[in-house]
Design a protein around this ligand. Structure first.
Ligand SMILES: [Zn+2]
Length: 341
């Protein structure tokens, strides 16, 4: 029997890896814009391959690719009739690859774009029904816990939490952070996490939108405010005080870089390794990566967390490089630490 999520968290950091939709769009399997994971049905091997790459790189969790696989979004691409098949298949694919290692399988629900705090009573019903049907299928297919993520509204996150808890599985609920300080329904991010913890979430925290530099300061405050486990899954982009989210980054000629022209802002693997180390020192329990994530980041983060993973067999040995090898001692110490383990 593999250890469950809570048991693993008690023993140390659990590493996550996400960004499936972004990466599969880059690989030509998902349409940018709607970002619906049609790939789950159309090219299941592509999904399994990415799961496998994240598994080899050190992710402890295979997240079922059901992000945006909900009624509202499937309508946008005319595939509403594929809703159940897509959800079930996504969980099966995650399970197949999880069994190749010792990974957990997470069911996944997300922001629906259907919730409206000004019409909370009616829209709560719609959102709840969407979550119930998605998680109903996921539980039948077999999952270890549920990630509710990229929550713009505390109200919507609380609905997700309630539905997850009724399944009896551990709940990880993380917030989006497009706005400077508060959720879209006006709760300071720290306060919102406190309320989710009080409502019984096992893990609270943040995912997406912010790079390490602008997510860590908020995460530090969340860590200080709650006693439950805390998650941080930033995007691997160089956000800063002037552009705290990847939505607010602009190219040198003034265009919004989000979502298709973000490459100039990518962090390198050492910066993501450094994030993982800092998050661990801060007492963060679930450390991962969101949109923009790719296997080389996941491996660098795993090694920074002290792990040797299957893909470590091919980790860089730059001292053997014909040109760089002789100069490697002059490199920045942090680079050396990562290269040499
Ligand atoms: Zn993301």
């Amino acid at each position: 029997m593999k250890k469950g999520l809570l048991e693993r968290l008690q023993e140390g950091v659990v590493q996550g890896a996400e960004g499936y939709v972004f990466e599969l769009e880059r690989r030509g399997y998902i349409k940018g814009g709607p970002y619906v994971p049609e790939v789950v049905l159309d090219f299941p091997d592509a999904v399994k391959e990415l799961h496998r790459e994240f598994l080899r790189a050190g992710s402890d969790v295979m997240v079922a690719l059901t992000y945006y696989a909900h009624r509202e979004k499937l309508k946008d691409v005319g595939r509403e009739h594929d809703l159940e098949r897509m959800n079930r298949q996504a969980v099966r694919l995650a399970n197949e690859v999880a069994h190749e290692g010792n990974a957990l399988v997470a069911g996944n629900i997300c922001n629906t774009w259907a919730y409206d705090p000004d019409n909370a009573k009616e829209t709560t019903k719609i959102v709840r029904a969407m979550y119930e049907e998605q998680l109903g299928w996921a539980v039948e297919e077999g999952i270890d816990f549920v990630i509710s993520e990229t929550n713009d509204y505390l109200g919507e996150a609380l609905i997700a939490l309630e539905v997850i808890k009724s399944s009896g599985l551990p709940a990880m609920v993380t917030l989006a952070s497009v706005q400077p300080h508060t959720t879209r329904d006006g709760y300071d991010y720290v306060e919102a996490c406190k309320r989710l913890a009080d409502a019984g979430a096992d893990i609270v925290g943040m995912n997406c939108d912010r790079g390490p530099a602008t997510m860590l300061p908020i995460i530090e405050n969340i860590r200080a405010a709650v006693s439950c486990y805390v998650a941080a899954q930033p995007v691997p982009y160089k956000t800063d005080a002037a552009s705290p989210t990847f939505e607010s980054l602009h190219t040198s000629d003034g265009y919004q870089a989000f979502q298709l022209a973000l490459e100039p802002f990518l962090c390198n693997r050492f910066e993501m390794a450094s994030f993982a180390r800092k998050a661990k020192e801060m007492g963060i329990n679930y450390i991962g990566i969101c949109c923009g994530g790719a296997p080389h980041y996941v491996r660098a983060m795993a090694e920074a967390l002290g792990k040797t993973v299957p893909a470590s067999k091919y980790s860089p040995a730059m001292e053997l490089h014909p040109m760089l090898g002789t100069h490697v001692e002059n490199k920045d110490k942090e680079f050396l630490d990562v290269w040499k383990g």
